[in-house]
Ligand binder design. Sequence first.
Ligand SMILES: [Cu+2]
Length: 409
Amino acid sequence: MIIRVPARRPAAVSTARQMRSWAFLLPAASTLIAHEASASFNFNFPEPVTPIARETLAIHNEFMLIITILFVVVFAIMIYSMIRHRKRPGYEAATFSAPSNRLQWFWVLLPFAILLFIDFILMGIPAVKAIVVMEDTKTKADMVLKVTGMQWKWQYEYPESGIKFISTLATPRDQINNAEAKGEHYLLEVDNPVVLPVGKKVRVLLTSTDVIHTWWVPQFGVKRDAVPGFLRETWVKIDKPGIYRGQCAELCGKEHGFMPVVVHAVPEEEFIAWQDTQKAKIASAASSADRTWSKDELMAAGKAVYEKQCAMCHQPEGQGLPPTFPALAGSKVVNTPLLSAEGKVVTDTHVDRVMNGKPGTPMQAFRNTLSDTDLAAVITFERNSFGNQRGDMIQPAQIKALRQEGSKP
Ligand SMILES: [Cu+2]
């Protein structure tokens, strides 16, 4: 909400007139405030939809009440004393010394006791109770969701059903570059949202493959770091079907602002149906890796993979952002032969770099996140784009074979 204040008037204008113009703003401002307050949570937390979020909000409200009362009482005594005992004509300073030791101790201990009571009883007990509930990820958990942060996307995994996918920003680049009007869910929309059933306790495990990210959904009251090398956890139990949006809340590099979290909460039957379609998709992707692909097919699929998974670092035209992100146009690695003379992947081939990444750099091991088909397609695409003219291609089945060898060249 913005209240416009009139530009400063020249000094010649009388204060009375200025006051009138301010007074004129007052009713307008108060209607605006009343309007906003009724228009759902603009001044408050977003509507809570999990036990953790509700608990957090209840505690926030209770603490707000306590500190407001303390503030009013303390300031009232202070202001009263300042006015009552101020220096004024005929003022005479008191000359007493402390009347009694016991009285002194009484006035020291009374505020101490009041604060002790407020801190430990009124605030401490509900806060500790809430923390215990928040940390209890295991009791009666119905399912597990594993969340992995990566520069700059989230991977979601449902260990019980074997579903695993990457969720990346869906906002078109043109909106980000101001070439197009911004959409309603600007920077808060993804291609593959997480789907969760309502009314089920979901244990959420979090980790990261590169730097610290934070998985944050305000309406869940959940904001937990995803730390490389550690498995952290939290839980959600969503009351209400809906689409809930959040984002990475830890500065994690160049595209930190472009890794939103979107959760679709659906009734259980819908969730089961969604799981079945996901499983069918995985099965059909696996079988399509076995057939022979034409180069045109690989190029088209590769372009789509490149734009989603690689362009943020290597740039849409493959020009890179040196020195951090190397250009793929004319890159030595891209322009090495696909396989060695014996048909094996050797160190520093293009295939190796894309599948295994380069440890210690933002170039990640895409074997962990892309399918055989996606890998074959994007590698073929890079070799025949941005002015690279290798003219060759690699089949998904070849990637699959390399993967099954399990050998890290
Ligand atoms: Cu992040």
